[in-house]
Design a protein around this ligand. Structure first.
Ligand SMILES: Cc1cc2nc3c(=O)[nH]c(=O)nc-3n(C[C@H](O)[C@H](O)[C@H](O)COP(=O)(O)O)c2cc1C
Length: 324
């Protein structure tokens, strides 16, 4: 087993195509949450890289406001990675081309999403059962764009159908430049503990960078996962909600003090209101504030009260009261 690298010193180890990442601790894409506002904060706090929320790989959905917001580059974002999901190789290639001409630096293909709406359309993790189609999708997208293409997947469809190594080799062969593996099968959804033995096997078999994902929530856990699997990086999802500083801290930055954390909450809300406008912004703020309040040691009661507030001024005043 290799010696565990110091997370701050191993930046040369993780490259996605021509892009050298600041460090190997990545923020996971989370639809409805990791928008340009959230990614900017996480990157400012030291996350090595962040992927936009998934956009539907259907060409007719390209022009919706939702799609536009989901693919928006965060202020100061050096590498803008945009994610697509879908099951038709030629449509996926077309959407990828549009994303590239619209400024994407990396195209990420999602073969990990377990959501029914996505799986029913033979996309996301449903495709783990069709490795040959995965190969055709990756091949079509790689040949359709000049930017690097990456893949995010699960370990298989179900615990007795773990085919991550087969799928990963197919994706690599088709030209993927890096691979993220969430250590759960589709059937596991988000339950049980993430399993890293399959991730380690994928890493052993592949030449391209492999990034482990699932249940990584502390620096110690990240160290352990990197050490035991040999992966090139880790990706953090849920643990960064209400704690956008976490990827940076895992990479070696000091934990911000309480004052800075509260400042982050207020800045984040300002960005949300600007990005989405008043009506939608007030609603989106609730999802993040619930997570921030848990992180700051409050109980559900404060979040429930916050959820009843319908105006920006009320939301700000209530948080000002909690912060005082
Ligand atoms: C609310 C939510 C939305 C998500 N949206 C996406 C998505 O758009 N694309 C994707 O590849 N994964 C998505 N994921 C999965 C995460 O990227 C990640 O793989 C998963 O949460 C496991 O990592 P974690 O244990 O660090 O959270 C989502 C997860 C959550 C909880």
């Amino acid at each position: 087993m290799r010696a565990f690298p110091n997370l701050e010193q191993c930046s040369t180890l993780l490259r996605i195509g021509p892009h050298l990442l600041a460090n190997p601790v990545l923020l996971a894409p989370m639809a409805g949450l990791t928008d340009a506002a959230f990614r900017k904060i996480a990157l400012d706090f030291g996350a090595g890289y962040a992927v936009c929320e998934m956009v539907n790989g259907k060409s007719d959905l390209w022009l919706t406001d939702k799609s536009r917001l989901r693919r928006q580059r965060a202020e100061g974002e050096r590498v803008n990675a945009r994610q697509i999901a879908g099951g038709d190789p030629s449509i996926m290639a077309e959407v990828a081309r549009r994303l590239e001409s619209d400024g994407a630096d990396v195209i990420d293909i999602n073969f990990g999403c377990p959501v029914k709406k996505v799986c029913r359309k033979a996309a996301g993790s449903a495709l783990m059962r069709q490795p040959e189609l995965i190969g055709r999708i990756v091949d079509a997208v790689v040949n359709g764009v000049s930017v690097p293409v990456t893949v995010k997947m699960r370990t298989g469809w179900a615990p007795d159908e773990r085919n991550a190594v087969e799928v990963a080799l197919i994706a690599e062969q088709a030209g993927a430049r890096a691979l993220v593996v969430h250590g759960r099968t589709r059937a596991c959804r988000f339950t049980g503990d993430a399993e890293y033995a399959t991730v380690a096997e994928v890493k052993r078999q592949l030449q391209i960078p492999v990034i482990a994902n699932g249940d990584i929530d502390t620096r110690a856990k990240a160290r352990w996962v990197m050490d035991t699997t040999g992966v090139d990086g880790v990706m953090i999802g849920r643990a960064a909600l209400g704690a956008p500083w976490l990827p940076g801290c895992v990479a070696g930055r000091p934990e911000p003090n309480l004052r800075t954390k509260w400042g982050t909450v207020f800045n984040h809300l300002e960005s949300i209101y600007t990005l989405y406008g008043i009506d939608q912004g007030v609603k989106i703020a609730r999802k993040h504030v619930r997570a921030y309040l848990v992180n700051l040691g409050f109980t559900g009661a404060e979040a429930r009260l916050f959820n009843q507030l319908t105006r920006i001024k009320e939301q700000q005043a209530y948080l000002g009261h909690l912060a005082a």
